[in-house]
Design a protein around this ligand. Structure first.
Ligand code: SD4
Length: 334
């Protein structure tokens, strides 16, 4: 069982934190220094490239290998995400994901290809590879989203096996949580978390995917941003792509990934666009000190960006045969 470290913000009081005008002025997108980020990841571009949320070397390595074999960005996304879904030690994705407050592990995932097609599953249970079912929804059905029992039935009809996703380790965490039943956003889940992944293949075509078990101990029936087009993920093969991690409700309210792609369309770099999308959240929600959101983005030139509200967000990048993890710059420096 790998180490998992949950960091809770010391100021998790449940009381909203007022944001003074001076704080916001100090932290405008223009002021934020991103030179280190840019130097680290935006050296002259060769394709393919994979970028994913958090420290997920196995996932980016797998996706990178698929791309190095000459396969499509879509294949790389599916297989990269599958690596994380199969890893029971990642308690935020697939097998071993933390359950909702009733003890059910429910998964959300989506995938988007270079042609602007999209497939998604929400609130699916008992199937490990939600990302593959999302792809099947995109490729084998006339729909874009399947939910719950219908999604599970569709998965079984496509040959996927039913599996109990609640591992002993996740069950123990749930039983411990039930003692207080206190529901608080977790600022960071380092090491592993929801995986959002973007890839550009040797032809310069972009695809993306996002897969998660959602927020631990969520209300039964809750769906987050991850499977929702424009929020957890958006791809426009002419421009680039973006994907999100963190408190899905905030990403949904600001349609974060679509916003980032639109900002890139208007000429922002991926880094500037991620910073602006985070700024959009913190300026509209004075409670931002109590939750985390992180974005990653990739443009058509192969430039990458990443940014979060709080520290300790990171991104994994596979590029030029190297698989590296980079710490993200962040908004809340106070
Ligand atoms: C959700 N955005 O369900 C996901 C959870 C996540 O880091 O990304 N956690 O809201």
């Amino acid at each position: 069982m790998k180490r998992r470290k949950f960091l809770q913000n010391a100021s998790l009081t449940g009381i909203g934190v007022a944001v003074g005008a001076s704080v916001l002025a100090k932290n405008t997108a223009k002021d934020i220094s991103s030179e280190i980020v840019s130097e680290a990841t935006n050296s002259p571009t060769t394709f393919p490239i994979v970028i994913a949320t958090w420290d997920v070397p196995n996932a980016t390595n797998k996706a990178g290998q698929v791309l190095d074999e000459g396969k499509s960005a879509l294949d790389a996304i599916e297989q990269g995400c599958m690596a994380e879904e199969a890893d029971a030690s990642n308690q935020s994705v697939g097998l071993g994901g933390l359950p909702d407050r009733d003890g059910n592990v429910t998964l959300d995932a989506c995938i988007m290809n270079k042609d602007g097609n999209y497939g998604s599953v929400v609130y699916i249970q008992n199937i490990v590879h939600a990302i593959s079912i999302a792809r099947k929804v995109m490729e084998e059905t006339p729909h874009v989203i399947l939910a719950g029992k219908g999604a599970e039935k569709f998965a079984v009809s496509q040959g996927f096996k039913r599996v109990n996703l609640l591992t002993e380790a996740s069950k123990k965490r749930w039983e411990k949580w039930k003692v207080t039943s206190e529901y608080k956003p977790i600022i960071n889940i380092e090491n592993h978390d929801t995986i959002g992944m973007l890839a550009i293949d040797k032809n310069g075509d972009i695809s993306g995917g996002c897969t998660t078990s959602g927020l631990a101990f969520k209300m039964a029936g809750r769906v987050g941003d991850s499977p929702i087009i424009g929020s957890g993920l958006f791809i426009d093969n002419k421009i680039g792509g973006a994907t999100a991690t963190g408190l899905g409700e905030e990403v949904l309210k600001t349609v974060g990934s679509f916003l980032i792609v639109e900002l890139m369309r208007q000429g922002r770099t991926p880094q500037e666009a991620c910073e602006e999308a985070i700024l959009r959240i913190v300026t509209s929600n004075p409670n931002f000190k109590n939750f985390q959101v992180g974005y990653i983005a990739l443009n058509k030139k192969g430039e990458t960006g990443y940014y979060s509200i709080h520290e300790r967000f990171s991104t994994s990048i596979y590029k030029d045969g190297k698989n590296e993890n980079f710490k993200s710059d962040f908004y809340n420096k106070t």
